[in-house]
Write a protein that binds this ligand. Structure first.
Ligand code: NAP
Length: 306
């Protein structure tokens, strides 16, 4: 397992993160087993959100690990707030209330990282900054980050907030790759040249903001995994099998490796609820794909290298 020292912090985190959005689909013993297996494989970071399972996922997680101070010290806990039922809310009141709920459900008195889940079009940077500073001063949150934000949105918040945002969690996989697509087609008259992200990946690299890739196996917006989809992704699946054999892993490991091979030191947030897939994903933590292999997977996914 590869670990990343996060710039501007004392956080040393695995580049594979266990995403906890789906853990309410498991029974208690399976949940315990999955978390234990991830930790034994070297995962030390867990991703939550106040909305996962309507809060149930955080509660079930705390129960599964029998949260106490010695368990707590062994893990880096991240959660998110800002999404409500059908709208986004970065108001001071909502942020503070949400974090109190998260801490209660996780049976802890501090979060290592709080992410602002999705940009609130009505955000007031000074109000957000005040809320985050209050959480920091109270010892409730150690570090902050954002999710699904572009550079200008980050800068807008950053200008008001004295502390650096350390993370940006975004959807990214070999089949969902706007973060790298347009950078390969600058100034061309093709669709790929349209910059859908505002050069977010380059901005994050320039500013030492660690990118976390969510839904590493999903096509579209939760439309199911691309691995095994031979109708739409036959060539990609074939390529993953071929490289899996070369590196002694499974295609799941190769899908993860496509992300971890990127020099931006991307963290991959695995959402699997299966022990076997968790281990297969962890095996992709540091596979040294060659440039030819990385681009080969990208093209096999239907992307163009102009
Ligand atoms: N910041 C955000 O806006 C945002 C949005 C979404 C998610 N997230 C975070 O990212 C994490 C990961 O998201 P995700 O769960 O969508 O990611 P994912 O790991 O891409 O998808 C996991 C799902 O795909 C299934 N799956 C994966 N590979 C498969 C295969 N080869 N065959 C059949 N099924 C397969 C899994 O089934 P099994 O359980 O059976 O393996 C599971 O249901 C979440 O837990 C959450 O922490 C963040």
């Amino acid at each position: 397992m590869k670990y990343l020292q996060i710039p501007g912090s004392d956080l040393k985190v695995s580049n594979i993160v266990m995403g906890c959005m789906r853990i309410n689909g498991l029974d208690a013993p399976a949940r315990e087993n999955l978390i234990r297996t991830a930790m034994e494989a070297g995962v030390n970071m867990f991703d939550h959100a106040d909305i996962y399972g309507g809060g149930e996922c955080e509660e079930l997680f705390a129960e599964a690990v029998q949260m106490n101070s010695s368990v707590r010290e062994k893990m880096v806990l991240q959660s998110k707030c800002g999404i409500r039922n059908g709208y986004y809310d970065f108001s001071r009141e909502h942020i503070l209330k949400s974090v109190d709920g998260i801490l209660k459900r996780l049976h802890t008195d501090y979060l290592d990282i709080l992410l602002l889940h999705r940009p609130d079009a009505l955000m007031e940077p000074e109000e957000v900054a005040e809320a985050l500073q209050t959480l920091f001063d109270a010892g409730k949150v150690r570090y902050f980050g954002v999710s699904n934000q572009n550079p200008a949105q980050i800068e807008l918040l950053q200008r008001a907030f004295g502390q650096k945002f350390l993370f940006n969690q975004l959807q990214m996989s070999v089949v969902h790759s706007p973060l790298v697509d347009s950078g390969m087609a600058v100034n061309m008259h093709i669709d790929q040249s349209v910059d859908r992200t505002g050069s977010t990946l380059e901005y994050c690299r320039l500013n030492n903001i660690t990118i976390q890739a969510w839904s590493p196996f999903q096509k579209g917006f939760f439309e199911g995994p691309f691995l095994g989809d031979l109708e739409k992704y036959a060539e990609l699946n074939r390529k993953c099998e071929e490289l899996a054999e070369k590196y002694g892993v499974t295609p799941t490991g190769i899908a993860v490796a496509w992300l971890t091979r990127h020099p931006a030191n991307i963290q991959v947030v695995l959402g699997t609820t299966r022990l076997s897939r968790m281990l297969e994903g962890c095996a992709g933590s540091e596979i040294p794909l060659t440039r030819e292999e990385w681009y080969g997977l990208y093209k096999a996914a239907g992307n163009m290298v102009p």
